[in-house]
Design a protein around this ligand. Sequence first.
Ligand code: AMP
Ligand code: MG
Length: 361
Amino acid sequence: METELIRIGQGEECLAWEEEALRRAGEIIKGGGLVAFPTETVYGLGGDALNGESSRKIYAAKGRPSDNPLIVHISRLEDMGRIVERIPGEAVKLAESFWPGPLTMILPKSREVPYETTGGLDTVAVRMPSHPVARRLIAYSGGYVAAPSANASGRPSPTIAAHVIEDMSGRIDMIVDGGEVGIGLESTIVDLTVSPPQILRPGYITEELLKGVLGQVETDRAILQTDSGQAPRAPGMKYRHYAPRGELAIVEGGREQVTAWINRQVQADHAAGWKTGIITTREQQGLYRADVVKCVGSRQDEEGIARNLYLVLREFDQEKVDRIYSEGFGDGKLGSAIMNRLLKAAGHRIVSVQYPIKSEI
Ligand code: AMP
Ligand code: MG
């Protein structure tokens, strides 16, 4: 299949030809086709959420296991009623506070949503994105767009159109290039079918912000701890994900111990013939010796780190790096979202280098 590429400006105002192109993209989705498009979190791969055949095509294009449900994207609050069984007061409060924006809510699904879209579940994930291109496209598509991240399953989510082209060219009908996304990590997912509500995936809307609106909120422990022994409640969180092709390990501990440990390990890897890479921050960038040293930004700027993380993970693939070591993150407000994605990319390989050294890989 030939994939058409169109470029759209990022402003609230759309030029006439851009509007026309988005209208055509909407027609493709209405007709059962697939279109990748920018959102404020990452690029999405969109199909008609109310058409089971479209959802099947999404799974096929991504190579995604079909028990991993899709998020349904809407552009107007009043459209939510058609796809959920009921709208609890908590959902209204969250929508008022965080929509349009990077928050996904899990609610009981209505009959209109096919099981192909929900991976066989009786619940549905709903989000109203804020990106102007996404909102226009959803409206032109009939109002309900199932859109997982537009990467091949298992690879880091795309934050620029070039990543979508890399993974999806020839597999989908159209790619809408709207430039670099703003946030760079997928939406926060909160399950409103349980009491208290539970965060199934951390993101830009933090537990603290949600507590500010709902009072009590819990986080699914299985997504942050390596040793909880439980399966995560968002089916997608159990898969290794966001992963570069090289083997990634996260190294935690005091700054000096971390740099010393990584430099020693890199020497050993070189002796064994491996190409090595490091994910570091501006503050520590100069301290490493490896084949490829990538800075994700300053520790003072977590938003910058979130925006760069997937880009950097993909760059290691281009440079064909075999062994990658990353510093740990986790102090600030976005820390748990960043660390959650990094842990999944690393297949939960963590090295702790507090004195005395607890574990070696
Ligand atoms: P992605 O579309 O790549 O951002 O991934 C969507 C995430 O939402 C996956 O981890 C899914 O498992 C999760 N998800 C979608 N729908 C549901 C649902 N009904 N219940 C729980 N998790 C869901
Ligand atoms: Mg994804």
